[in-house]
Design a protein. Structure first.
Length: 202
């Protein structure tokens, strides 16, 4: 019987606009879609890999998207001291086929989102909200994902668009500039009802 030899795990790092976050890109599919772990309780329940990473004293949050994981470090650590340790940890974890995210996570998050978005898409404001969400998903998301992050539309209310930033964009000093200059400008041009884009903290 032939034993199947797996291709070796390749891993490289990419800078993100957030000096506190680093993107670790692999040649393996880690999770189809987005999984954002900011608090240890959610990680403990749903992601053995995020949970293990967050047990390291220098890791604040973990964000998965397809074949990469964005790690945000605690402020009082320097990348030069921890970058390779994290890389080795991730490589080792994947090579040992460690569980990354438990089944049912996407469904769980969809339920959470559905309850928070239920009110959003009704009535006249709901039509604008739908258009705003489409624009963000089509034009903004792909660019933000390149930087190891994500943007989620939360609400449209009285001219204000509320969004949350995830991954490397969460807490990034340049994300507020991106929001104001880039996203707000584009939405105002395309949807006159939009007056402002506000970042919600999760």
């Amino acid at each position: 019987m032939d034993t199947i030899t797996k291709s070796p795990v390749m891993l490289y790092t990419e800078q993100t606009p957030n000096p506190e976050a680093l993107k670790y890109v692999t040649n393996r599919m880690l999770f189809r879609g987005i999984a954002d772990f900011k608090d240890p309780e959610l990680a403990a329940e749903w992601s053995p890999m995020a949970n293990s990473l967050m047990e390291l004293p220098y890791i604040k949050s973990v964000y998965f998207n397809n074949n990469y994981v964005t790690v945000t470090k605690e402020m009082n650590y320097d990348w030069t001291d921890i970058m390779l340790k994290i890389k080795e940890f991730i490589k080792d974890y994947i090579e040992k086929d460690g569980a990354i995210i438990r089944d049912g996570f996407s469904e769980y998050m969809e339920k959470v989102l559905a309850t928070s978005n239920a009110v959003q898409f009704s009535g006249e404001g709901g039509e604008i909200a739908k258009r705003v969400k489409e624009l963000i998903d089509t034009y903004v998301k792909p660019a933000v994902e390149m930087d190891g992050g994500n943007i989620e539309f939360k609400a449209f209310e009285a001219g204000k668009v509320y969004v949350t930033m995830q991954g490397s964009c969460s807490g990034c000093p340049s994300s507020s500039v991106t929001l104001k200059a880039g996203i707000e400008g584009m939405l105002k041009r395309m949807i006159p009802e939009v007056e402002e884009v506000v970042q919600e903290m999760e």
